[in-house]
Design a binder for this molecule. Structure first.
Ligand SMILES: NC(=O)c1ccc[n+]([C@@H]2O[C@H](COP(=O)([O-])OP(=O)(O)OC[C@H]3O[C@@H](n4cnc5c(N)ncnc54)[C@H](O)[C@@H]3O)[C@@H](O)[C@H]2O)c1
Ligand SMILES: [Zn+2]
Ligand SMILES: [Zn+2]
Length: 363
């Protein structure tokens, strides 16, 4: 079928909306009409040429309505409302241990942009293939394919357009706190970077019952928002005294630290800000080598986390329940754009403006 998609052809260029040919769902796939797709910072990675080089259709926070199902699909039906998340095999040791974010085939299924056999379900007007299995979806499009494993069926009464970001960025921030780091009540947490992932972590820190939550960012408006969402303190990331300030606020060092910036100097500050027995989680795409010394790491645990260590089938419904209870207002991070304004949305997000753009195809 012919669908419209935002195609990135030049790593340094703009996305263009193109009419492309999308294959029918294979036996284990579902066809989804996208109603909203969040933009995550990871969507810019194909611009580096390192993974899924253009031409590619990105987008990995889709939400939509199922319009077709392959013959082997169980548990998903035409008409279901679904949130799309990362893909996994369901059969390897980590998948069987309820850790699909660490699936043996995570990289191949989510970051390369093609099916495991190297084919793609999408071709352009000249019949040439375009990478279109980004995170098992490529949802910057009116329609995309997914598998039964990477869709989560949600109640039809929910605001579907807003739910896509639960599939990656929000899940990563909240899952890191509640699943990977298992933050305990009555403790202290410092979050570096108050973007979509960091602010989800702040909200989850409050859900976990952390009593001191420090958000660190360069942008004053993001620091202000963090205070509204549950941070007890907000610090300027440009402050050269930041480690001393965190140690003072926490009375000797934070119990947990979480980095979303990927900047080695910030990660080192995080490690130095923690007391011994502290646990630090990393999710930001690392920007350069991280050199660790024993004085800042001794007695501490460092975890490099994928997708919050969450299992989408369990964790997305949990986040929705928390949102319904008024304890997890992730919708406050969202600003919607027509898909035709994808370039403006990307620019605003990279410049620190919009925290979580959600693209609306067909508008
Ligand atoms: N590991 C995973 O599974 C996973 C999943 C989703 C996103 N990510 C990654 O997480 C990172 C964060 O994503 P996001 O969507 O929240 O991005 P974002 O750009 O919205 O947030 C990053 C924030 O860091 C702040 N920042 C930059 N330099 C800083 C400094 N020196 N001190 C303090 N704050 C600083 C920025 O102002 C910004 O608010 C990205 O690298 C993204 O690729 C990883
Ligand atoms: Zn697996
Ligand atoms: Zn993402």
């Amino acid at each position: 079928m012919q669908v419209k998609a935002a195609v990135l052809r030049d790593p340094a260029g703009a996305y263009a909306i193109e009419t492309v040919e999308l294959a029918a769902p294979a036996a284990d796939e579902v066809l989804v009409r996208i109603v909203g797709a969040g933009m995550c910072h990871t969507d810019v990675l194909p611009r580096t040429g390192f993974i899924a080089p253009p031409p590619v259709i990105t987008g990995h926070e889709g939400a939509g309505v199922v319009e077709g199902v392959g013959g082997d699909v169980v548990g998903v039906q035409v008409g279901d409302h679904v949130v799309l998340s990362f893909d996994s095999c369901g059969q390897c040791r980590n998948c069987l241990a309820n850790q699909p974010a660490y699936c043996d085939t995570f990289m191949a299924r989510n970051l390369f942009g093609f099916n495991l056999d190297g084919t793609s379900p999408v071709s352009d007007a000249d019949g040439k293939p375009i990478a279109a299995r980004w995170f098992g979806q490529s949802s910057f499009a009116t329609h995309c394919l997914a598998t039964a494993r990477n869709v989560v069926v949600v109640d039809k009464s929910l605001p579907l357009e807003q739910l896509g970001p639960l599939g990656c960025g929000i899940q990563t921030g909240a899952g890191s706190i509640l699943c990977a780091m298992d933050v305990q009540a009555g403790t202290s947490l410092v979050v570096f970077g108050a973007g979509a992932v960091g602010l989800a972590a702040v909200m989850a820190g409050r859900v976990a019952g952390a009593t001191t939550i420090i958000a660190v960012d360069l942008q004053p408006h993001r620091r202000d928002l963090s205070l509204e969402l549950g941070a007890t303190h907000a610090l300027d990331g440009a402050d050269t005294d930041i480690v001393a300030k965190i140690i003072e606020i926490t009375g000797g060092g934070a119990q947990y630290a979480f980095d979303t910036t990927g900047i080695p100097a910030v990660i080192k500050n995080g490690l130095q800000s923690m007391r011994m027995t502290g646990v630090m989680g990393l999710v930001g795409v690392q920007q350069g080598d991280l050199v660790l010394d024993s004085s800042s790491t001794i007695g501490k645990t460092l975890i490099n986390i994928l997708e919050g260590s969450a299992k989408p089938q369990d964790f997305i419904p949990r986040m929705i329940q928390l949102w319904q209870d008024g304890r997890f207002p992730f919708d406050r991070l969202i600003e919607t754009y027509p898909m035709s304004q994808i370039n403006e949305a990307e620019q605003s997000s990279l410049a620190g403006g919009t925290i979580k753009p959600v693209l609306i195809p067909g508008s």
